[in-house]
Design a protein around this ligand. Structure first.
Ligand code: TEU
Length: 593
């Protein structure tokens, strides 16, 4: 009977027009896929490696480091936008989707980089930013030039003779307003992000066709997928209802926010169309950045029978410990391990039979993982970084590791606003100070939460600027580069880097960490995050001490630990069935079944 079911499932997957999932035998109801088994390394190219001395990382820098990337054991790269851009939002404002940003190099560099990755069996996932373009994109230049231009409807316009448009807030506008008046045609255009990032109008079939065509040309070049920036925003309620103050300011992960700003009536129609017209034709992965999407909606994006996207990024983990008042303010109560377990467990469970999730603790929009979720003090930075990698690489979701986290880079913690480069922080600073806010507490919290914390240049060695550039880096290099750098960790068997490589190997060697069931152990424990991962005859117990104190756990009588698979210290105290974990100790046992 079981075999019969597998046969049906396999035949079904073969008969659909999607060549995406190879017809390999499914595991425990889940179809296998390279992007489920892969380990993703995110490269923020601006900060990775500069080879021409202009202080900005470039594609030749990535080419130079291909063997390093390979040595990590990762098999998928997610590359932040590298397209032509005036860099108002570091490449998230694209002025030509089919050209390479001149600071980053040329199309020939791109081709060489892609080949270099593929030669090493590493896939390349690009960023797709199609909720908005740059105002310097030819489409927008045309669109704003006259009301009857053929590109007029590529963007959202509100004619000024109809009065002011209903207020929408903008994430990156120094006046907080998402409609911007444009004199040429006496009309307002919509920009959820900065003034230089006008929102594309997906209601227009021509806009969508142009986007699909562009996606197709990258797939023809051989790229292996897209990470889709703020994808739920592409469909909006274009009747532009007047919203109450509460509706206007509602936060992510709140149904009402998405209801008015994103998740519009045609969202799933567009995603299905995109899948049919482009994605389904290639063996590629589509990852949706699910900003504003709640857990109840997640499967609508990625359940296989929906034929939309494959993988989903949620924001709930990142929201822990933040205050709902004020931009990127910390909640003085902090976050608890119990909440953390709840979030990551429910986001594991929601995809246990359908769809697939991703897991990340840091990226280019977030602070450094160890500063936010571990402990970046000299005493605990190393064990807590290793502990967090153990978590990321043993959970039931595709793990995303942000460059620099493999060596335990820490937050930049800038003191003055003039040192910041990020448009988000700079514009919020302008907006809040105009309103007379006391900026001191903001500046303090931003040392933990601001985006530039995770964007400081990669620390390769202890030479000037951490070996990132011979010029002046576009953003400060963290002063701790003399101690924390890649070269220093290469030959140290106890380094974070070498632990990371070991943990990557452990995941790759044991499919239980990918497809196995996930079962929390002692969910109420306030210091230790414990769970099992089991598949067939393999079962593992993961124990993670998230605290700076020793912590003990009594294992159930019927749980029999066998081999230690990995340990970020070299020993563990055990008294009978009680294990005593050192601060931030992480250990994985195989279990005797
Ligand atoms: O970020 C989307 C997004 O939700 C951001 O507003 C995010 O919540 C914020 O940066 C957190 O501080 C994507 C990109 O990842 C980001 O870099 C871009 O700036 C943004 O879209 C606009 O394209």
């Amino acid at each position: 009977m079981k075999n019969f079911l597998f046969l049906i499932l396999t035949l079904l997957s073969m008969s659909s027009c999607k060549p995406k999932q190879k017809p390999i035998e499914p595991i425990a109801k889940i179809e296998r896929a390279w992007w489920k088994e892969g380990i993703v390394y995110q490269i923020y190219p601006r900060s990775f490696k500069d080879t021409d001395g202009d202080g900005v990382g470039d594609l030749r820098g990535i080419i130079q480091k291909l063997d390093y990337i390979k040595s990590l054991g990762v098999n998928i790269i997610w590359l932040n936008p590298i397209y032509d851009s005036p860099n108002n939002d570091n490449g998230y404002d694209i002025s030509d989707y089919e050209k390479i940003m001149k600071e980053f190099g040329t199309m020939a560099d791109f081709d060489e980089m892609l080949k270099g990755l593929h030669d090493r069996n590493i896939k390349l996932v690009m960023d797709l930013v199609v909720n908005h373009s740059s105002d310097e994109h030819e489409w927008f230049k045309q669109s704003r030039s006259s009301r009857d231009n053929k590109y007029r409807n590529f963007y959202h316009w509100w004619p000024a003779e109809n009065g002011k448009p209903p207020h929408r807030m903008s994430f990156f506008d120094e006046n907080g307003e998402a409609w911007r008046f444009d004199t040429t045609t006496n009309a307002y255009y919509l920009h959820y992000f900065s003034r230089k990032q006008p929102d594309l109008n997906w209601e227009n079939q021509d806009t969508r066709d142009s986007i699909y065509k562009m996606m197709d040309s990258w797939f023809k070049k051989g790229v292996d997928g897209f990470r889709m920036d703020v994808i739920p925003f592409i469909s909006k309620d274009t009747t532009w209802p007047i919203l109450s103050e509460q509706e206007l300011t509602a936060k992510y992960n709140n149904d009402s926010w998405a209801k008015y700003y994103a998740d519009g009536p045609n969202l799933h129609h567009y995603l299905k169309e995109m899948n049919k017209r482009v994605l389904s034709k290639y063996d590629v992965v589509a990852l949706g950045e699910g900003a504003g999407v709640t857990i109840n909606q997640a499967l609508d994006f990625v359940a296989q029978d929906r034929n939309e996207l494959d993988l989903f990024f949620h924001f709930e983990g990142q929201a822990l410990g933040l205050s709902s008042q004020g931009y990127k303010r910390l909640n003085p109560k902090g976050w608890t391990l119990k909440e953390f377990k709840e979030v990551y467990s429910k986001w594991s469970d929601v995809f246990s039979e359908k769809g697939w999730g991703s897991i990340y603790l840091g990226n280019h929009d977030q602070p450094r993982m160890v500063s936010r979720w571990g402990n970046d003090s000299p005493e605990f930075r190393v064990p807590s970084s290793k502990m967090l990698h153990t978590f990321l690489l043993s959970m039931r979701a595709t793990p995303f590791i942000y460059h620099g986290d493999e060596i335990g880079m820490t937050n930049l913690k800038l003191d003055t606003i003039t040192d910041y480069r990020d448009i988000e922080t700079l514009n919020w600073y302008a907006f809040l100070s105009k309103g007379g806010a006391d900026m001191k507490p903001y500046m303090e919290d931003w040392k933990i939460t601001a985006r530039d914390n995770g964007r400081s240049p990669f620390q390769w060695n202890d030479s000037k600027n951490g070996g990132f550039t011979t010029g002046i880096p576009w953003l400060k290099v963290n002063d701790n580069y003399t101690k924390i750098n890649e070269a220093a960790q290469e030959d140290d068997p106890n380094s974070i880097l070498n632990y990371f490589r070991k943990m990557v190997k452990l995941r790759k060697d044991n499919l239980a960490f990918v497809y196995g069931t996930y079962q929390l152990v002692q969910p109420e424990h306030s210091q230790i995050y414990a769970y099992t991962r089991s598949l067939g005859k393999d079962s593992f117990l993961v124990l993670l001490n998230f605290s700076s104190k020793e912590a003990s756990i009594n294992l159930a009588e019927d749980m029999h630990t066998d081999k230690i698979m990995i340990d970020n210290y070299d020993s563990i105290k055990q008294e009978g069935n009680t294990l005593i974990l050192k601060p931030y100790q992480a250990i994985i046992y195989s279990l005797k079944l």
